[in-house]
Ligand binder design. Structure first.
Ligand code: HEC
Length: 282
């Protein structure tokens, strides 16, 4: 006969006694309250005889399908959030590109950029500072023609200190150095001939709103455009400027015109055609 290990016998015994010992106790413990409840029940007044003071709570309305769909739908995915956050920035920069055609004209952009080197002394909008005001027609009053202005800006004021220059103005003819705020620096080493024309164009046409409608003026603008496209970097030829400028308004000018007009014509619109009314006034 095989022997059953002692601990297994003990477990079996405990299991048997647990079942048979606990079972009878349960009904005994619960039977009393159950009996009391059933005894009290007949004494209760039938519910139907009482007015219904508490209206039955309405059953919850069924959730409409579209609400359920919205509630179960996934929220905005996390990776979309930065995109949504960046939308205003994108909209702003997109609006910026829409406005670009206004400043796309390379001639205007280049001319305005070149004026940056003058703005420190003449004001961002040409309103004046250390140097004279150039805006509001002021520079046109001194120089009715672009060619005399080219010669003056290229040469600067030191070379002609104490000499009169420019057309007679309401407040008197200009005298070089008379402003008493230092010299107008020569631009011979700073600008090419094309750059000189561009910066002067900016000061006259943009800052002083010169009339640019004449055919001669438009020709000058076209000439500058072609120069930009060709990358023209020829230096300023002061002798040529003085040969083309008006001897009455520009010290040292001859007024003889270009010695070789075919190859090297006078820069700017032909004198007297830049703005007919200004030339007539001067
Ligand atoms: C360092 C300061 C300074 C800078 C930079 C400067 N200017 Fe001047 N500019 C002056 C001063 C000062 C005068 C007046 C000098 C005098 O008393 O004759 C003057 C005079 C002029 C005049 C004569 C105006 C008139 O009505 O008599 C013109 C045109 C002019 N400058 C254009 C320019 C241009 C174009 C540039 C840039 C390429 C420029 N200036 C850069 C200081 C400056």
């Amino acid at each position: 006969m095989t022997e059953i290990p002692e601990h297994l016998l003990k477990r079996s015994k405990a299991a048997k006694s647990g079942k048979s010992g606990d079972a009878p106790a349960e009904p005994e413990a619960t039977s009393a309250p159950v009996a009391a409840e059933t005894a009290a029940a007949p004494a209760a007044v039938p519910a139907a005889d009482l007015p219904n003071l508490d209206p039955e709570p309405e059953p919850p309305k069924p959730v409409p399908a579209y609400v359920a769909a919205a509630q179960s739908r996934k929220r905005i995915p996390v990776w979309v959030l930065p995109i949504i956050a960046a939308l205003p920035i994108w909209a702003f920069s997109f609006a910026g590109t829409m406005q670009q055609p206004d400043t796309e004209d390379e001639l205007l952009v280049e001319a305005a950029a070149l004026y940056g080197s003058c703005a420190g002394c003449h004001g961002g909008n040409g309103g004046g500072g250390v140097g004279y005001q150039l805006s509001g027609g002021e520079v046109l009053a001194t120089f009715p023609e672009p060619i005399d202005m080219m010669a003056h800006v290229a040469r600067g004021s030191v070379e002609i200190l104490g000499e009169e220059y420019g057309a007679p103005r309401d407040d008197g003819t200009r005298v070089s150095g008379a402003r008493g705020r230092g010299p107008m620096p020569s631009q011979l080493a700073s600008l090419t001939q094309l750059e000189l024309e561009l910066v002067i164009y900016h000061e006259r046409a943009i800052l002083s709103e010169e009339d640019t409608s004449s055919a001669a003026y438009q020709e000058w603008i076209e000439h500058m455009r072609e120069g930009i496209e060709a990358g023209d970097s020829a230096p300023i030829d002061l002798d040529l400027l003085l040969a083309c400028a008006n001897p009455d308004w520009t010290p040292g000018a001859t007024g003889e015109g270009s010695p070789d007009p075919e190859v090297n014509p006078c820069p700017g619109p032909p004198v007297g055609e830049a703005g007919a009314d200004q030339a007539a006034a001067g």
